[in-house]
Design a protein around this ligand. Structure first.
Ligand code: HEC
Ligand code: HEC
Ligand code: HEC
Length: 455
């Protein structure tokens, strides 16, 4: 052994490394491989019970399937909607029962595997932009009802565009590794110490509603961070506020206010639902009021009691709302406000510019408070967007304005994208943050304004 010449030794080491690599590839392939499930003849409508289809319709709304599987102006469930992720663009697929381009030839077993384990009929892993990480908690009965509903929609011939993902993420077997790290197949477990309504709400919010898909922070690989459930996250260029004990809401939520907000998009003294939350409200409008109330009960419990610090914050917010235009001198003296960060030369000029923009562009509608009978809006010290860790949502609202969905009636605010410069929007955001919310300056507002311009 010892006198094996160096080249020979190197060759032997090479063989060992090669064997290990082959072994690793075989092990990974075994881990990643899933069998295809045989295609079936598309099931006839009459093979499903009408009541089951009806229940599936409600569940599909609770899960907002159309929100992702329908493009604006397109046919329902035909897919093709682009979903921007930090890893590239994914397209939702056609889930109508079309034989060739949809899921017409999927058996119940194939559908169930996709919903619960994120594997398609042919055996490929699916990207978790499809929230099977939440749908995995569905009951058997609910998966059956969803299948009955989806398989009885009008078939549409439509092929989704190819995904555009950063190399090597287009290689689906890699998702097996992701799942090993971050995905647990599970069923919803009722908590016996809680009332039936809480459990119903928890089931809907944590499975179909997939609230935490937007309202939880994610790690670098795009998985929800476990210890920070509902701790606030990002969605389509907006911030989704925390819905747990860290809720930054200036006024504590009540169950009634939450139920009204989730069903109508607007509750007294709270900001209107904007951005991606609009679609959630649109879907919750279609489900029974009791179910929405159950979700509100559960979310309210996650937020916890409105204890003293929260009450003090509410009193201070209401006080600031009453003093519009807000005194910049009040910064840092609010009950919960630490000294403003990043104050330095040029800071005063920035805040003065922000105050002028507010007075010229916003005060006419927002200074007096919301009148549902007119076009005026909430006093901004009561707007959640000022209390979030990033100015993303506030900048979006200012740039895009607020408009009801197509063909819907609702509240309206003009877009300021063409009327205000980036510098004015940044100054306005910082002014509202510090004077309106009495909170420390946001870092890098200019960067966020640029991001909103070039998403
Ligand atoms: C947040 C967006 C989103 C929502 C909500 C959503 N889906 Fe999807 N779904 C997707 C995306 C994206 C894909 C494609 C994933 C991929 O290509 O790996 C997909 C794929 C699927 C597939 C696999 C289809 C195939 O051809 O491989 C099924 C089945 C499906 N979704 C059903 C549903 C149902 C039923 C609902 C409602 C309960 C729903 N989806 C809600 C985004 C969504
Ligand atoms: C023509 C009237 C009008 C003007 C001008 C206006 N808004 Fe609004 N704004 C509204 C309405 C209406 C809503 C919808 C919600 C409501 O009723 O409060 C709204 C909503 C908002 C919200 C969400 C919180 C809320 O009130 O629900 C923010 C934040 C906001 N506006 C900021 C601004 C800022 C900043 C400006 C100035 C650049 C501005 N608005 C100018 C009418 C206006
Ligand atoms: C697609 C992403 C997305 C999903 C899914 C989602 N939300 Fe939201 N939600 C948002 C965003 C973004 C906002 C902030 C809206 C704004 O600033 O106007 C928001 C705001 C809210 C607010 C207001 C918070 C506050 O303190 O003012 C509540 C309450 C809420 N969502 C509850 C829910 C519940 C309950 C669910 C699940 C049934 C849910 N959301 C699902 C994106 C989402």
């Amino acid at each position: 052994m010892r006198d094996a010449s160096p080249p020979r030794r190197r060759r032997r080491a090479g063989v060992v490394v090669l064997a290990l690599v082959v072994l690793a590839i075989v092990a990974f392939a075994a881990l990643a491989w899933r069998p295809a499930i045989d295609p079936v003849a598309p099931p006839a409508r009459t093979s499903f019970d009408a009541a089951l289809i009806q229940r599936g319709a409600v569940l599909a709304n609770a899960g907002n399937c159309t929100g992702c599987h329908t493009v604006a102006g397109g046919l329902p469930f035909a897919g093709g909607l682009a979903l921007a992720t930090p890893f590239g663009t994914l397209y939702s697929t056609n889930i109508t029962p079309d034989r060739d381009t949809g899921i017409g030839r999927w058996s119940f077993e194939a559908f169930e595997r996709a919903m619960r384990r994120g594997v398609d009929r042919a055996g490929s892993h699916l990207y978790p932009a499809f929230p099977y990480t939440h749908y995995t908690r569905l009951t058997d009965d609910d998966v059956r009802a969803l299948y009955a509903y989806v398989m009885t929609r009008t078939p549409v011939r439509a092929e989704a565009p190819a995904n555009q993902l950063a190399f090597p993420l287009g290689f689906r077997p890699l998702l097996a590794g992701w799942k090993l790290l971050f995905f647990r197949e599970e069923r919803f477990q009722a908590d016996a110490s809680q009332a039936a309504e809480w459990n119903r709400g928890a089931y809907l919010a944590e499975s179909l509603g997939h609230c935490s898909a937007c309202h939880s922070p994610r790690n670098a690989l795009g998985a929800e961070r476990r210890g920070e459930h509902l701790g606030g996250g990002d969605a389509e260029g907006w911030h989704s506020p925390a819905l747990n004990a860290n809720s930054p809401s200036p006024l504590p939520w009540t169950v009634d206010a939450l139920a009204t907000y989730l069903r109508t998009g607007i509750a007294a003294d709270h900001a209107i639902a904007g951005g991606p939350m609009q679609g959630v409200v649109r879907s919750l409008q279609q489900i029974p009021a009791d179910d929405v109330r159950a979700i509100a009960t559960y979310i309210h419990a996650r937020m916890g009691p409105a204890a003293e610090p929260r009450q003090a914050r509410a009193t201070a917010s209401v006080e600031r709302a009453r003093q519009a235009p807000f005194a910049v001198t009040g910064i840092g003296t609010g009950a919960s406000a630490p000294a403003p960060a990043a104050s330095g030369p040029g800071d005063d000029a920035l805040l003065q510019l922000g105050a002028r923009v507010y007075a010229d562009a916003c005060a006419s509608c927002h200074a007096m408070g919301r009148e549902l009978s007119s076009g005026s809006g909430l006093q901004l010290p009561l707007a959640i967007a000022l209390y979030e860790p990033t100015p993303a949502s506030l900048i979006r609202i200012v740039r895009e304005g607020i408009a009801p969905g197509e063909g819907e009636r609702g509240r309206w605010m003009p877009s300021f994208a063409g009327a205000l410069t980036d510098e004015q929007i940044a100054a306005l955001a910082q002014y509202l943050r510090r004077a309106g919310a009495g909170a420390p300056a946001w870092p890098d507002v200019a960067g966020e304004v640029r991001k909103a311009r070039h998403p």
